[in-house]
Design a binder for this molecule. Sequence first.
Ligand code: MRU
Length: 353
Amino acid sequence: MTQFLQSLKWENENLLILDQTMLPHKIVYRKYFHYKQVVMAIQKLIVRGAPAIGVAASYGMVLAVKSFLKEGLSGEVLKKALKEAAACFINARPTAVNLSWSVNQMLELCLVIPEKQMYKKTLEYAVHMQQQDQSICKKIAMHGAGLFVNKKNLHILTHCNTGALATSGVGTALGIITELFNRDQLNCVYIDETRPILQGSRLTASELIAANIPCKLICDNMAALVMKSKEIDAIIVGADRIAKNGDTANKIGTYALAIAASYHRIPFYVAAPFSTFDFNISSGDYIIIEERSDDEIKKIGTEWIAPAEISTFNPAFDITPYHLITAIITESGVIYHPNIETVTTYENALIKK
Ligand code: MRU
């Protein structure tokens, strides 16, 4: 599959971000030349998906370096400004750990290299992170597809958007699904529309249609029925943060899917890169769940679909407990039955590499 639309590009010393809030109606790349604009773009979901916001923030740090040097900042003042910029990115969306993972690497680099080389070196590193994400997606796709060897005619259900728009490559869960299609093993992908802001219907549906992958769109509340009546072979989703015991934060609605999958004895897979693991927290209890504005529930686009005065509860993510997850598919292989032991074994193997 040729990559759908690129979520972001570095061009002529500026960052271009595809405005995902305008999809599928309009394809608009917005130009960013100051880091604070990139922070806003992340908060407003102009760029979204854990790996993509990590890469966007890396380029955002390059823009911070560029403007601080232009303003003549140096020494301790420069370091302080860079630390503040990093904190703005990390706080932009609290649940996805990929943000702090990438921003902290950029900051560490800034703190050890001479100011004269800072712009060049940080830009090189941001490009490296984008390319690395691309190759990680490919590896996840291979490992994931490997779970379905000798199986044909597969029916897969997915949630939210985990494709090219959410990453720098073919995607995580959607990368696996695409690989199964390329291997001629796929019959149909059922896409949850993913309320409230419809990443499934606006983004995943567009990506699958563009790739000619057979798919059907369903409302989120149809998923249990589809599991029962459509012989779903597996559910594959992405992740925003995975705790040391395997508890996984992902788009709101994932937890309900995992419960329904367990009831129907359907394998439930999470696909995620190393950068989505947070080995510093022992369980999902420590994951901060981002709460977003009530407009996302009360409106679709600019159309009101509820009384203006109703109050709402709008958590953007939920936590799926490890025991409901059949396996976590990473770029280094598959963690079967994720729990504190199996995830720690994975962490130790990575440290040794
Ligand atoms: O709020 P979003 O659209 O950024 O949420 C995205 C998800 O929950 C994805 O499943 C996750 O980030 C993985 S993307 C490869």
